[in-house]
Design a protein around this ligand. Structure first.
Ligand SMILES: NC(=O)c1ccc[n+]([C@@H]2O[C@H](COP(=O)([O-])OP(=O)(O)OC[C@H]3O[C@@H](n4cnc5c(N)ncnc54)[C@H](OP(=O)(O)O)[C@@H]3O)[C@@H](O)[C@H]2O)c1
Length: 286
């Protein structure tokens, strides 16, 4: 039985559907009534619990031998995931597949990279079998500014011509599903990217082509971009982290492309054009 955290989110919801297609026995953590209803509508087994209450996790995981670990960006993220790893060990889970981040490093300037390095290190030292997935930025983050693309045909950012190996979160879920249901991935760390590094002007050009009307990328000074994020309700610490990530991209330090999706799945990672085709309705004027 596989225990899944984050099953209502971007990666987790795609993972639940892929595990179902494979006929795997799955139990998903639901920390809210809405989350529970969403998982049950998708014909999955939902169990109540909260990453802030590790004792609830241990009960929820009883009888599971594998866990997929993911949690939302939050000031308590390292504490939450470390407690979940400890709860898994106590509950008798054998193998944890953790969603980390490309560039995870205790000395990184990026807070998300430092947090994930701390969690990954705890998992490696836990004595449990582990597989660590370190994806590049999700293409799905490009759906966040969809409103200005629809209303103004403009897409605001601050990464200049810097490119990143953006990956479709659906591929991250596909790799997780494979790793959770087939042997031989214990002790592995996979850095996951799309098939090519893409800059924002290039992404805007692909989008223009796919949706059939011009989308212009507008590069903003960091402070102005940050103000847009916080003005849209993004918490300060997330806005700071996003600005930092875009500075890394702008400096050309995020253009790494790996072959790990192909190696694990036996097919190439989905391209930016395929992502845009899948989501073109969201980008078009409603
Ligand atoms: N975005 C990127 O470009 C990117 C790139 C690389 C790595 N990552 C990593 O990916 C992870 C985020 O993945 P995602 O985007 O799929 O997540 P997401 O869509 O934000 O979903 C977060 C999930 O966590 C659940 N959750 C929130 N608070 C909880 C709590 N207290 N107890 C139990 N569950 C809780 C949510 O449930 P509810 O919906 O019910 O609240 C939801 O299922 C982060 O670790 C991030 O660092 C992201």
């Amino acid at each position: 039985m596989i225990f899944v955290t984050g099953g209502t989110g971007t990666v987790g919801s795609a993972l639940l559907s892929k595990l179902r297609q494979r006929g795997a026995r799955v139990r998903a953590l639901a920390h809210s009534a809405d989350g529970r209803a969403m998982i049950e509508r998708a014909q999955g087994e939902a169990v109540p619990g909260d990453l802030d209450r590790p004792e609830s996790l241990q009960t929820a995981m009883a009888g599971c031998d594998r866990m997929f670990l993911l949690s939302r960006a939050h000031l308590d993220q390292p504490a939450r995931e470390i407690a979940a790893i400890d709860a898994a060990r106590r509950a008798g889970v054998k193998h944890v597949v953790a969603l980390s981040i490309m560039g995870a490093d205790a000395n990184s300037t990026a807070v998300f990279a430092r947090w994930h390095a701390e969690i990954d290190d705890h998992l490696v030292r836990s004595g449990l079998d582990y597989t660590i997935l370190r994806p590049a930025g999700f293409m799905q983050t490009h759906l966040w500014p969809v409103r200005t693309v629809r209303s103004q045909g403009r897409w605001f950012g601050m990464s200049g011509d810097g490119a990143a190996g953006f990956i479709d979160a659906d591929d991250v879920a596909a790799v997780a599903a494979e790793v959770l249901t087939s042997p031989g991935h214990e002790g592995s760390l996979y850095e996951l990217t799309g098939p090519a590094a893409t800059s924002m002007p290039e992404a805007a050009a692909v989008l223009s082509d796919v949706i059939g009307r011009p989308v212009t990328y507008v590069d903003l000074p960091a402070e102005e971009f940050r103000a847009r994020l916080t003005g849209g309700g993004i918490p300060d610490f997330v806005a700071d982290a996003v600005v930092n990530l875009y500075q890394v991209i702008r400096a050309g330090h995020a253009a790494t492309v790996t072959n790990s999706v192909q190696e694990v799945l036996g097919r190439p990672a989905r391209s930016y054009r395929e992502f845009a085709e899948t989501h073109k309705t969201a980008f078009r004027t409603m």
